[in-house]
Design a protein around this ligand. Structure first.
Ligand code: NAG
Ligand code: NAG
Ligand code: NAG
Ligand code: NAG
Ligand code: NAG
Length: 757
């Protein structure tokens, strides 16, 4: 860690390398200094702050860095102070820096005219065989359909993965048969501990790591290199772009061909997370800045970071499509993270695969739960007989502690999404040399966090009904016993699937309430993908996001000049809202219900549909600027027009959400024909309950001259009461295409924008 020099506010000098600054700026600068010399004494602890300066204004990155140092020197009063507190310079995709500052210094820095915002760096944590067949992307069909035909699995596309690094020896990252690295690639292979230049290849085309500003305790358990000792990054990278590997499995479970969504795409690794998963705004922004410089096409980000949304915005404006995990805080509403309108935010759905596990009770009654239990060589269940069942009053640690579980099976009832109890109880059984844990809970969704602590012991989930059966058996039996068999793998269409997973975070976005988030659901439950040299099953929106990143890579290969907005539109408007049997897709929750747009955005991803969507809702990426600058940064800047805020529902998104419908509002949307040249589309309206929706014109006629049409959408409240959100849709269709966008509206009697936006 860098040592900080003491501040010497009295010794401040003005130092400018750039002579282009106007007289006005000089005056402001001096005023800032004046106040600074009084305030800088208010020391306090230094913390990592991010200063954001907007677009890169100086030509060469070195000049950008020099301008940052000038600014910090002005603030801190000495060049030494500036160098000592600077942690990262962002200089390629956007201008800004991360520096160690006191709260007062951060406040003063924010007053500088060239500084748009100063925010503390926040801590972030990172939150597939079968899944691709389920989505209709069968690897044996490579070359025989539109998505895989002409573009050979996205070989020219580079997917950047910002995560915990990668394990280059995994078979999923073999580069055999790959052509040369695309010549436009400008990234590098940063060597380090456990990582040589040969670890990059035609598959892993670049790898960097960001350890500055990361506390030593997280670095100590890791390699100072792009190598992944956590497993999360390797899992995500192989889900997005792993090469096909035959007969991959997790101890025999989920056996099949493991492969990424775009199995021929190239991977660029940006390690911003350390140890068990420590990362922060500063390390993530450094990765985004380099990814823009290096030339990635897609960024896959499986962690939560709304504060970084300006970095992501710059990436999108440079043509990169950014895919984010929506978070694992469901099923409560307003838990979705990463809600920025320019990114694709992904919910997690279940696929048609489960791992039924037979439990036989002492009275020979057979019941079925779900687990990933396998009988390893050293497992305490390897003697396959009956074990004693223990049921404590509660499995909370303070009550459980002291219970003898040696050689026994613990039985717990837990609240939905009570991950801590689950985790701690499993660990307790592991430590106490117990045989297993049976958890009774509302759903049998396997939890993404539980698996690590279940190695060698049997962790079985049962629903509450089955939990009651076990409890009543235990009441009757004098010495209750149970025997747990290893899990089996079952796949097939007779299962209810897809379903939005219990843990998947739900909208509306707390940060962007006027935008429907998440955007799309993708497989994120029990996903098999690479971990070191073998394969592991993980669940979470972290696993869902790289599925979408893989699909984006295929779409980019197929349609190289589509904007990120066009790609996102294609994914949303073609998503499935029903399953194979025409049944509505459900969302796990309390209670389980038919999924709505705040569960899954447009629906469950449909890669083949997205390849040929008919119409797209496109957005010029520069359009986000006025909206972003004015509403998020809340600072009158040249990008804001005098009228002020532009309500988000005017943005040409492939969705409509009006969180404060009090009187009729009219917005416009523009669609671009990317399908057959001569096409006619008719509108089909499904108004949200309590709202009247009108679309004008109701018919759009496209031909060689008219590829783009704008239409008006008017939403009028029918009810006069404040209500909850209701949902509908707006669909343009003909006998070949269905272009559907979700609509959400909430009738209010308050002035929402004055209070919230
Ligand atoms: C990666 O680099 C390390 C250290 O140089 C080396 O031991 C290892 O074999 C390399 N792995 C691959 C796949 O090249
Ligand atoms: C697993 O079993 C082998 C042989 O039975 C033993 O040598 C080894 O220490 C065991 N490992 C663990 C983690 O218990
Ligand atoms: C359990 O109890 C022991 C002894 O009283 C104590 O040392 C330990 O910290 C407790 N563990 C937990 C997780 O509370
Ligand atoms: C892509 O580029 C081609 C050729 O320049 C052009 O005809 C087409 O309209 C473009 N498509 C989009 C969606 O911009
Ligand atoms: C300013 O914003 C308003 C919406 O708030 C918009 O109607 C108007 O066209 C904008 N003016 C300019 C010059 O961009």
């Amino acid at each position: 860690m860098k040592r900080l020099l003491p501040l010497r506010p009295s010794a401040m000098v003005l130092h400018h390398s750039s002579s282009s600054r106007s007289g006005v700026a000089w005056v402001l600068q001096l005023l800032c200094l004046w106040t600074l010399s009084f305030r800088a004494h208010g020391g306090g602890p230094r913390k990592l702050y991010i200063a954001y300066l907007g677009h890169v204004k100086h030509g060469h990155p070195d000049d950008v860095v020099a301008s940052h140092h000038d600014l910090l020197t002005t603030l801190l009063g000495s060049k030494e102070g500036s160098s000592a507190s600077m942690v990262y310079n962002y200089k390629h995709g956007f201008s800004g820096f991360a520096a160690m500052l006191t709260a007062d210094q951060a406040k003063q820095l924010a007053e500088f005219p060239e500084v748009i915002s100063v925010q503390p760096s926040k801590r972030h944590t990172p939150t597939t065989t079968r899944s691709w067949d389920f989505l209709g992307l069968n690897h044996q069909m490579m070359g025989s359909d539109m998505l895989h035909g002409s573009n050979s699995g996205g070989e020219d596309v580079i997917i950047g993965v910002i995560d915990t690094g990668i394990w280059p020896e995994s078979r999923s990252f073999s580069d055999s048969g790959y052509g040369p690295v695309p010549s436009r690639w400008k990234g590098k292979c940063q060597v380090g501990h456990d990582w040589g230049s040969k670890n990059c290849s035609r598959k892993i085309v670049g790898a960097r790591f960001y350890s500055a500003g990361v506390p030593d305790q997280f670095l100590e358990t890791d390699s100072l290199s792009p190598r992944d000792h956590n497993g999360h990054g390797t899992h995500c990278a192989s889900t997005a772009a792993g090469s096909a590997v035959e007969a991959a499995s997790f101890h025999g479970l989920a056996k099949g061909v493991a492969r990424g969504g775009a199995p021929r795409a190239r991977i660029a690794v940006y390690k911003s997370f350390w140890g068990l998963g420590f990362g922060n705004t500063a390390t993530v922004l450094a990765a985004i800045d380099d990814a823009i410089h290096d030339g990635v096409d897609v960024l896959s980000m499986s962690f939560g970071v709304d504060e970084n949304s300006f970095g992501v915005l710059h990436a999108v404006q440079k043509g990169i499509t950014v895919v984010y995990a929506g978070g694992n805080e469901g099923p409560r509403p307003q838990t979705v993270r990463n809600g920025a309108p320019w990114a694709i935010t992904v919910a997690a759905s279940k696929i048609d695969r489960s791992f039924p596990t037979m439990i036989m009770l002492g009275n020979k009654q057979e019941i079925v739960g779900q687990s990933l239990y396998y009988r390893g060589k050293n497992s305490s269940m390897s003697s396959s007989g009956f074990k004693g069942l223990v049921v404590p009053v509660s499995c909370d640690m303070d009550i459980l502690n002291g219970t003898d579980v040696k050689g026994k099976i613990l039985f717990c009832t837990m609240q939905p999404s009570d991950q801590d109890v689950f985790q701690q109880a499993a660990q307790y059984v592991q430590d106490g040399r117990g045989s297993g844990v049976i958890f009774a809970q509302y759903t049998t969704d396997l939890s993404f966090t539980a698996l690590d602590v279940c190695q060698g012991i049997a962790c079985v989930l049962v629903d509450l009904d089955i939990g009651k059966k076990i409890a009543s058996y235990m009441d009757d039996a004098s010495s209750p016993m149970a025997k747990i068999e290893p899990a089996r793998t079952v796949t097939g269409k007779e299962m209810l699937a897809p379903k939005v997973a219990m843990f998947s975070s739900r909208g509306p976005s707390p940060d962007y309430p006027a935008i429907i988030k998440p955007d799309i659901a993708a497989p994120g439950v029990n996903i098999l993908a690479a971990k070191e040299n073998s394969y592991a099953i993980l669940s979470g929106t972290s696993m869902a996001a790289p599925h979408v990143a893989g699909v984006v890579a295929l779409l980019k290969a197929l349609h190289p000049n589509w904007s990120s907005a066009a790609i996102k539109s294609a994914i949303i408007t073609t998503a499935h809202i029903t399953d194979e049997h025409d049944m509505s897709i459900l969302a796990e929750g309390l209670p389980r219900k038919i999924a709505d747009p705040f569960d899954y955005g447009g629906g469950n991803i449909n890669p083949h549909g997205a390849a040929d969507p008919g119409l797209v809702y496109d957005i010029d990426p520069q359009d986000y600027d006025k909206y972003f600058r004015c509403t998020i940064v809340k600072r009158a800047s040249v990008h804001c027009n005098t009228t002020g805020m532009l309500p988000a529902y005017h943005l040409n998104l492939p969705s409509i959400s009006v969180p404060n419908l009090r009187s009729p509002v009219t917005m416009s949307r523009t669609v671009t024909n990317v399908g057959g040249v001569d096409s006619v589309y008719h509108v089909e309206i499904q108004s949200p309950v309590g709202v009247r929706m009108e679309v004008d014109p109701p018919v759009l006629v496209f031909d060689a001259k008219n590829k783009v049409h704008t239409f008006q959408v008017k939403l009028s409240p029918v009810w006069k009461l404040q209500g909850d959100y209701t949902f509908g849709s707006l669909t343009w269709g003909n006998d070949q295409k269905v272009v559907r966008i979700p609509v959400a509206a909430r009738i209010t009697i308050q002035d929402f924008y004055a209070d919230v936006a």
